[in-house]
Design a protein around this ligand. Sequence first.
Ligand code: GLY
Length: 565
Amino acid sequence: MRISISSKIITSLFLLLISTQLIIAGGNPVRSKNGMVVTASPLASDIGAKILSQGGNAIDAAVAVGFALAVTYPIAGNIGGGGFMVIHLADGTNTTLDFRETAPLAAFEKMYLDSSGNYAPENSQLGWKSAGVPGTVHGLITALNKYGSMQLKEVIQPAIDLAENGFILTYDIANSINAYYDDFMKYESSKKIFTNNGKKFLEGDLFIQKDLANTLKLIRDKGIDGFYKKEIAEKFVAESQKNRGIFTLKDFEDYKTIEREPIIGSYRGYKIVSMAPPSSGGICLVQALNVLENFNFTKDEWGSSRYYHLLVETLKRVYADRSFHLGDPDFYPVPVGFLTSKKYGSNIANLITDKALPSNRISATNLKYHESEETTHYSVADKYGNAVSTTYTINSAFGNRIIVEGLGFLLNNEMDDFSSKPGAPNQFGLIGSAANSIQPKKRMLSSMTPTIVLKDDKPFMVIGSPGGSTIITQVLQTIQNVIDFGMNLYDAIAVPRIHHQWLPDEINYENHGLSEDVKRNMTERGHIIGSIKSLGRMEGILIDIKKNVFYGTSDPRGYGKATGY
Ligand code: GLY
């Protein structure tokens, strides 16, 4: 994490603990007949499944889960952040809701540069100025109003009850909170909630969030206006002003969820439905699949140096394009059709040889993306034929660690997903990252890749992951693990993954993910082997329409649950 040196160390230790877990494949997914909810939090999954069992549809369950995770999975679940929802409806409609945060009206391009013009990351990651206008509440209620079948009061109540009456902290949740103890102690409002009267929490403690319960009740009773026009916005803006933030009531009044056409692609006969910009996820996923479709893989080739070579060479080109071309489409003309065309995919495939092409020979700017790896994904499918794939985030783990006093929820630090210092023209005259420069009301580029794979136009996989810039490669590999390598859902999610994002020019890999042989072969081809890293936490569903079975798997790297109904 980039919040402070101490938290960097704690986070590294925390991630190391996760990354050294032995991920054992060969397991079975959870099965059910009427629907499935898979989230990073067992309590939230159970709430979603209960909504399905009460006759609710996948959208009702997804909205209930979105509010529940804000209570039970505070590391990333939220009402103070934003995200994306990809929806497939039983009538065949595919659509998406963009409830990404926006830059406040007072934001400006150079707001995170110091007096010498250098990018000062702490400014975009810490404090009130690191937050964008929250979109989650708007997005969830819009989804419910448009595509749900239940009342807001019905789907939000389970979250209110858990916040009001508390829930017992598991080892994992207590640990995740305690990992950021030093940061929480810095803010009185955060100390009040995320420490036990100044002490660390213990497994088994009851975790009550009264302020959050009251905020959720206001949302229940007053809907979108309760958050964006009335009490909550007013308190939020007052707190911002007290803390030298830049939010105004107009930021909240102007906030809108945007319904966008999904990115649609195909891979070996399956249809891919994923998120459009301002997420890079859908375009990059489809672009990569379009390249990889030009190569055949046998089922036994998973983990081989040939597969990883082709995957890495594909990813380098995809991430270079991401850097040049992607940003908020309402502010920048993103060449969606070109990047996602089969022709461009096969052109790239034709350029791939047996040897690695160094990243510095692929058109590039010098900019690196600084994306947080904390976010959360959840997948829902119902018996009616609807499916919902949602990824939402407050960016870093626990956002910028600041609880809004009196409102009980964490502020995001999503402004860090903008390119704070857009590059000068490169040798080809391309302006790297201007696409993602800061402008008032603009949405920062994301890598979140909530995706639904259709077979014969019916939901086949519902999938997504946290992991910042690694999300795209994790979703890509999980889809390939099923379609190319014939794995069941559990194995497809559990087996180790790798990651390359063009810059830095190195392959990250998970524990046990690259054998010595494969490393040697990859090095001979010219690849640079980087470090071991935990890569993503998938929450996925696979549906066998013929047998009418829903399979669910929560990534064994995390501590979530697949709850069937
Ligand atoms: N904040 C991580 C992402 O949006 O990709």
